[in-house]
Design a protein around this ligand. Structure first.
Ligand SMILES: [Zn+2]
Length: 222
């Protein structure tokens, strides 16, 4: 496959919750890795506030384990977990969040994030991307955002009474053909979040085999 854009070498994916890397970025991550990129992951929270749960154990420990397995399935290198409160990222100073990941970002040539609307509209998603943008400005790094088409967002919102934020065609910069085998394997690792939750599979069905990406920030002039 011909790369549709300058193929990144070292990438840092910046997410808010365990499962964002799989349910959200999974197909993009595995496709970039297949294309030769190496990808590390930042996860700002431990996901302890999830209301989707299937066991009575310690959800933090469960989700820790799920993230480890999912990252392996996707081919992610290092997983950098932070312990900020799930659901509470907007209460943390943007500079603090940015400072936490700055040394990691400095080792990479591209930051991969959720689109600025947070895709699902979750405030933690929006905050994680805002922190990545602060770091990108400091380090002059390009930021590539995974997004969804407005058509997909509108359908999901109608079907699930949700708050997905989509983009118009002219706001999408890259259409990346993806292979979803590894994403699906990674999604299955997040058992506590997947059972009884039809939204991720529905989103994939509506999206098809091409993920949409936007550059939130261009890289340094080459
Ligand atoms: Zn999330």
């Amino acid at each position: 496959m011909e790369p549709p854009f300058h193929w990144p070498g070292k990438v840092l994916a910046v997410c808010a919750h365990p499962d964002d890397e799989s349910f959200g970025l999974g197909a993009v991550i595995s496709t970039l890795i297949t294309g030769g990129a190496s990808i590390d992951l930042v996860c700002f929270t431990r996901g302890e506030a999830s209301t989707l749960r299937t066991d009575d154990g310690d959800l933090t420990e469960t989700r820790h384990r799920e993230l480890e397995l999912a990252a392996t399935e996707l081919g992610i290198g290092a997983v950098h977990r932070f312990g900020y409160a799930d659901g509470g990222l907007t209460a943390v100073g943007l500079d603090s969040l940015a400072a936490a990941i700055q040394p990691l970002a400095a080792l990479n040539g591209l930051l991969l994030v959720f689109d600025e609307g947070g895709i699902t509209g979750h405030p933690d998603h929006i905050r994680a991307t805002a922190a990545a943008m602060v770091v990108a400005d400091e380090l002059d790094l390009p930021v590539l955002a995974w997004t969804i088409d407005r058509r997909v967002a509108d359908t999901l919102n109608a079907e699930f009474d949700a708050s997905f934020v989509g983009r118009n065609t002219d706001e999408i910069h890259v259409r990346l053909p993806v292979e979803r085998g590894r994403q699906r394997a990674a999604m299955r690792c997040h058992g506590s979040q997947l059972s009884g939750n039809p939204v991720p599979e529905r989103r994939i069905a509506l999206t098809g085999d091409t993920e949409s990406l936007r550059f939130l920030r261009a890289g340094p002039a080459r």
